[in-house]
Design a binder for this molecule. Structure first.
Ligand code: ZN
Length: 287
């Protein structure tokens, strides 16, 4: 297959600017209602941008927001995008026990079912927090009826990552006839090292040509790349709060003003589709 013909997967983690792991120590869940909400406007901006390029993607909804703005979830679905879940409260999987994790996941599925009337197929953990410490989460996902997960980053990072994980979609957990497919975050392999691509902060902070180089490299392997970003990443005017971030510093506010242009280039240079569609095209469709 010609590299330019490969359909890549496009995804958005729908959360507000203050609901991120970097701010978790300063911004408590019980105070979320006190912060200026910008998720509806920013997501709509992203929807308009995707419509301009006729690109459909998968929107992983942090469902605390779906509870407050069910109309936004309906707008996303009405535009022809796939709706999936990013959980309810953005707690790192490995910091929750199995029971709390299961509650959070099932609550998010119920909320989206209530809005859309159909079960969602896909899930992405907050900050890719399915790691060697939280592999039990995959069993919970399969039991909860999910078809695919997109939480594993095959890199080494202080917060996340399983360095040796497979780089492209594979069955990660199976029970009887039921299978859970993993669609890992995209990396470029150079020698024995996996370099993170994916999008988000990597797209925002690094030069655009790195992303293009990496995606072309992946497509030349005959595989789809998976891109992700957050609605707050195209919002340079979001409120500023002082934070140290999970790594001791925060990249949250860096280069926000550069993101929209990079995104436009990406959308014009590569072919994209929702994750379910990309998985189905590659024979990972689930009954
Ligand atoms: Zn998130």
């Amino acid at each position: 297959m010609n590299a330019t013909e490969i359909t890549n997967a496009f995804s958005v983690d729908v959360e507000d600017w203050y609901q991120v792991s970097d701010f978790e120590a300063q911004v408590r869940l019980e105070d979320w209602d006190k912060y200026e909400s910008r998720v509806v406007e920013n997501t709509r901006r992203l929807l308009r941008l995707l419509a301009e390029f006729k690109v459909k993607g998968t929107f992983f909804i942090l469902t605390w927001n779906a509870e407050r703005y069910p109309g936004l979830v309906e707008e996303i679905a009405a535009d022809g995008h796939e709706v999936a879940t990013h959980g309810y409260a953005h707690r790192l999987v490995y910091e929750q026990g199995r029971d709390l994790y299961k509650q959070d996941l099932e609550r998010s599925q119920e909320i989206l079912m209530g809005v859309l009337g159909d079960p969602v197929k896909g899930y992405r953990a907050p900050s890719f927090s399915v790691t060697s410490r939280s592999m039990w989460a995959l069993e919970v996902m399969l039991e909860a009826g999910l078809k695919y997960d997109s939480s594993i980053f095959p890199v080494q990072d202080p917060l996340y990552g399983i360095p040796g994980a497979l780089r492209f979609p594979f069955v990660i957990h199976q029970s009887g006839d039921r299978k859970l497919v993993e669609f890992p975050m995209t990396t470029a392999k150079v020698g024995s090292k996996n370099l993170p691509l994916g999008g988000g902060a990597y797209l925002r902070l690094l030069p655009y040509h790195y992303m293009r180089w990496g995606m072309r490299r992946v497509n030349r392997e005959g595989e789809p790349a998976l891109v992700y970003l957050h609605p707050w990443e195209i919002d340079p005017d979001q409120p500023r709060i002082k934070t140290r971030g999970k790594r001791g510093f925060s990249t949250h506010y860096l280069r926000l003003e550069a993101m929209e242009d990079k995104l436009r280039r990406l959308l014009s240079e590569f072919k994209f589709a929702p994750m379910s569609q990309v998985l189905a095209e590659r024979g990972w469709d689930q009954p």
